[in-house]
Design a binder for this molecule. Structure first.
Ligand SMILES: *[C@@H]1O[C@H](CO)[C@@H](O)[C@H](O)[C@H]1NC(C)=O
Length: 384
C-alpha cells in the first residue's frame, strides 16, 4: 500500500486548519449573536490592529435576558388568576429588554441642534401598520408649525412568536428604512406590558431626547389635533418644558377593577388600595419634558403596575405632582354628547385637542376636513 507523500500530508494539514478556522468563526459568530444584538456592539478598527476597540453604544446598555420569576406562583390564589395576569407577574421585575430598532438621531443626535417642541410618542404594535401609515400623513406628520418642530416616534414591542414574529419584525424593519420613526424592543406587545413599554421609552428619552419640551403620549387610534396642541402649549406662561405639565382626560378616585373578567382587573395582591391616585386616560395626554423625566425617576422605586395610565398617576403622586384636566381631550368616546357633537363632525373636532377611537379612513378624511379653508363653523373656542 502506498504511503502518503509529504505533499499529501501537508495538504491534509492545511485542510484541517481551514476546517477548524471555519468552525471557530461560526461558533464565535453564534456566540456573539447570543450575547449581543448586532446593533449593540460597535467594533472600531484602527490603523494599528492592536488598537482595535470594542465599544458599546452609549445609547444602548448591554441587556442580559430577563428570566421569569417562578416564585410568584407561591402567591395566594395565583392559580385562579387570568393567564395574562400570571404572565404579567412572572415578568413584572424585568425592566430592560434588548432594543431591536433605535432612533439615535431623532432629536439631533450628538450635535443636538434639532430643537423638538412637541414629540409625538405613539403606542403602536407591529400589526397596526395601517394606522401608522395614516398617522404619518395626518396629525403625526413631522413638520414645522408656528415656528416650532413636531417629531414623531412609534413605540413597539413584538407580536406573535417563532416564524410569525420574525416575519412581522422584518416588515417593521422595512418600514423603519422608509420612515425612520420606530423604537422597538424585544418584548411581547400585550396590554399588560404597556407600562413596561412606557418606561423603556422614558429611559430612551433620558439618554437621547432629554430636551424635548413637550410630549403627546397616546394610542395609534386617536385623533390628535396637533396644530391646536402647539398653540395651546405655546400660550402657556412657561413653554420651555422645564415646568410641570400633565394634562388630559382626568380620572379622580377611580376604582380598581376587581372583576376577573375585565381587561382592567387587578388583584389585591398587586394593589391593596381600592382606588387609584388621580391620572389621565392613556388614550392621550400632554406632558412636559420635565414631568416625563420626573415620572421616570419616580418609577425606579415603584413596582410595575399592569395598567399603564394608572401607573403614571402613581409616579406623579410620589413626586408630589398632580395631573390636570383638559376640556379638549376626550379620550372616552362615550363622553361626547352625540347630537351636537358628532365624532365625525369637523366643526366639533376643529376646536378640540384629542378624541379617541378613529378608523384610519375616518382619520384621513377628518384631518383634511378640519384643514379645509372653506369649512364654515361657529366662532372658534379658545384652548386655554
Ligand atoms: C411581557 O413581555 C415578556 C417578554 O416578551 C413576556 O414574556 C410576557 O409574557 C409579557 N407579558 C404579558 C402580560 O404578556
Amino acid at each position: 500500500m502506498r504511503t502518503f507523500s509529504r505533499g499529501n500530508f501537508a495538504a491534509l494539514l492545511v485542510l484541517g486548519a481551514v476546517i477548524m478556522v471555519i468552525y471557530f468563526c461560526l461558533y464565535s459568530a453564534d456566540d456573539t449573536n447570543y450575547n449581543f444584538s448586532r446593533s449593540q456592539l460597535t467594533v472600531v478598527f484602527n490603523k494599528n490592529l492592536s488598537d482595535t476597540l470594542i465599544k458599546f453604544h452609549k445609547h444602548e446598555p448591554f441587556v442580559p435576558k430577563c428570566e421569569a420569576d417562578m416564585s410568584v406562583a407561591d402567591m395566594k390564589d395565583f392559580s385562579s388568576l387570568p393567564d395574562a395576569m400570571k404572565d404579567f407577574l412572572y415578568f413584572r421585575h424585568c425592566r430592560t429588554f434588548p432594543m431591536l430598532l433605535d432612533l439615535p438621531d431623532k432629536c439631533g443626535g450628538d450635535d443636538g441642534h434639532k430643537d423638538v417642541f412637541l414629540l409625538l410618542v405613539i403606542k403602536s404594535s407591529p400589526l397596526n401598520y395601517d394606522r401608522r401609515e395614516v398617522l404619518r400623513k395626518t396629525w403625526a406628520k413631522e413638520r414645522l408649525h408656528n415656528g416650532v418642530w413636531i417629531r414623531r416616534i412609534f413605540i413597539l414591542g413584538t407580536s406573535g412568536s417563532g416564524y410569525e414574529k420574525e416575519k412581522l419584525n422584518k416588515l417593521v424593519r422595512e418600514e423603519q428604512k422608509d420612515f425612520n420613526d420606530i423604537l422597538q424592543w424585544d418584548f411581547n406587545d400585550m396590554f399588560h406590558n404597556l407600562t413596561l413599554k412606557q418606561m423603556l421609552f422614558f429611559g430612551w428619552m433620558e439618554r437621547n431626547c432629554p430636551n424635548a419640551r413637550f410630549l403627546l403620549n397616546g394610542d395609534d387610534d386617536v385623533f390628535a389635533h396637533t396644530d391646536n396642541m402647539i398653540e395651546y402649549l405655546q400660550n402657556l406662561p412657561d413653554n420651555d418644558g422645564s415646568k410641570h405639565l400633565f394634562t388630559g382626560y382626568l380620572f379622580v378616585d377611580e376604582k380598581v377593577v376587581r372583576w376577573k373578567g375585565s381587561k382592567y382587573f387587578v388583584p389585591v395582591e398587586i394593589q391593596k388600595s381600592n382606588t387609584y391616585p388621580p391620572y389621565c386616560g392613556g388614550g392621550g395626554y400632554l406632558l412636559s419634558g420635565y414631568t416625563a423625566l420626573t415620572i421616570y425617576r419616580m418609577s425606579q422605586s415603584i413596582p410595575i403596575h399592569p395598567i399603564d395610565d394608572a401607573y403614571m398617576g402613581m409616579c406623579l403622586s410620589k413626586a408630589g405632582l398632580s395631573p390636570s384636566s383638559h376640556i379638549g381631550m376626550k379620550t372616552l368616546g362615550l363622553n361626547i354628547p352625540t347630537k351636537e357633537a358628532d365624532n365625525l363632525e369637523p366643526c366639533y373636532l376643529r376646536d378640540l385637542l384629542l378624541v379617541h377611537r378613529f378608523l384610519p379612513a375616518d382619520m384621513y378624511l377628518m384631518w383634511k376636513e378640519v384643514h379645509n379653508p372653506h369649512l364654515k363653523c361657529n366662532p372658534r373656542k379658545k384652548h386655554r
